[in-house]
Design a protein around this ligand. Sequence first.
Ligand code: SF4
Length: 214
Amino acid sequence: MVQQLDYHTIREIFDRFRAAEPEPRGELHHVNAFTLVVAVALSAQATDAGVNRATAKLFEIADTPAKMLALGLESVTEHIKSIGLYRNKARNVLKLSQILVDDYGGEVPNSRAALQSLPGVGRKTANVVLNMWWHYPAQAVDTHIFRVGNRTGICPGKDVMAVERAIEDNVPVDYQHHAHHWMILHGRYICVARKPKCGACLLRDLCLFEEKTL
Ligand code: SF4
């Protein structure tokens, strides 16, 4: 297990992330809280680019739970059929739309528990929505954050909950909100899974990973 970096090194890492990209953004297209929930739920085992291609038309005609329900299962399924697990995901989109209409007046609730009660919405999806829409410092640990956190020593942990806790415990509070996107983008484009681009990495003198590719 990689050791935990100290406070000053973690602050230096996030100083550098901020200098390179002051306002990091997620790459899933959405136009409101509802379309964000749907996009994040659809992104399980799919790439953001693939989800964006599938939702471009869908969100033009169905950007509210009521409009999604009016579209119906067959049409929603047709729109998202290029995404993995699309049949199940289409059913969940319709079910969660029904719950939002019935129980929340068509709005998206903003507590983790309420979000997680929606079909197809787990803790990670809820945390993404809390972070991206309500700017709450929730930490959604995906495969990129798990890898970056463990390689660098920013937030090592044996499972996603341990990494989530390590971010909350160790990342300075002024960096908690954007930590999610800085680490995801770093993992997606620089600290990639098979051969990290350590030569181009702005953290290479701080990172604890022993197998750097320099
Ligand atoms: S130095 Fe290499 S292993 Fe460490 S964060 Fe950068 S790319 Fe990842």
